[in-house]
Design a protein around this ligand. Structure first.
Ligand SMILES: [Fe+2]
Length: 252
């Protein structure tokens, strides 16, 4: 449950009422197709053969697990990873991670990566003429606490052009990766900001055909989460499995 900037409470998911008793395929359009006409590079990289579902074994459960010991002191705060402060709008991005039954998932590794305030990635393939920020790398990670909560302090990313078609722009977004208790439990998604004028023109955002599923990728401004006189705040809750999230198929 999150509060929108108009103050109304938005319920995305009610754990008790909405918890499924088995894993079923989600409705068409809840997730982006692997080949989406408007998103050009998917034509080159989507599987051409039917997917092969592998049976799960004990290896998926007992594989290496990441823990707090690997976390650096500043991994969750992207504004203090260099000598000086990065340029841009300072924001706190936080939320809770839930499992299939709507229970908060503690000890989950949450990783983010993003462009800087000018919409430029610190990446050798990103060459569009927007300035790099020597005080911003754009990568962070943290582990959820006992209530499944994660918190990052960062800079609001800018939108950027990406060459998919004439005058193609990505809405401002932060990439998220979440790892559950095993490497097979991974979700990669993008978090957007409310009211972005580029939504209507972005084939990646619109490759999720279900409007309600698209809404689940948009964070909410939170006045309560702001740090007074310091940082604005956005809330973004994530559901790794269950209704409205990542479906697992039965073993074939
Ligand atoms: Fe991106």
């Amino acid at each position: 449950m999150t509060e929108t900037d108009s103050g109304e409470v938005r319920t995305i998911y009610t754990p008790i009422a909405d918890t499924a008793t088995s894993y079923v395929r989600e409705p068409e359009g809840a997730h982006p197709p692997m080949d989406y006409e408007g998103y050009k590079s998917t034509a080159l990289r989507h599987p051409k053969q039917p997917l092969v579902y592998l049976p799960q074994t004990v290896t998926e459960i007992t594989g290496p697990q990441l823990g707090p010991v690997l976390m650096g002191e500043n991994d969750h705060d992207l504004t203090v990873q260099h000598e000086g402060e990065p340029i841009g709008e300072r924001i706190v991005v936080s939320g809770q991670v839930f499992d299939t039954e709507g229970k908060p998932l503690r000890g989950t590794l949450v990783e983010i990566w993003q462009a800087n305030a000018a919409g430029r990635y610190k990446h050798r393939w990103d060459r569009w003429p927007a300035p790099l920020d020597p005080n911003f790398s754009g990568a962070g990670r943290c582990i959820t606490d006992d209530e499944g909560r994660y918190t990052f302090t960062t800079i609001k990313p800018g939108p950027y052009p990406w060459g998919n078609h004439y005058n193609a722009w990505r809405p401002a977004h932060i990439h998220f990766s979440l790892l559950g208790r095993a490497f097979t439990q991974r979700l990669v998604t993008q978090m957007y900001f409310p009211g972005d004028p580029f939504f209507a023109y972005d084939p990646i955002f619109n490759s999720v055909r279900d409007p309600k599923a698209r809404e689940r990728m948009v964070s909410s401004f939170s006045i309560h989460g702001t740090v007074p006189n310091w940082a604005a705040a956005y809330e973004f809750d994530i559901y790794l499995r269950g209704p409205g999230t990542t479906p697992f198929e039965e073993a074939h």
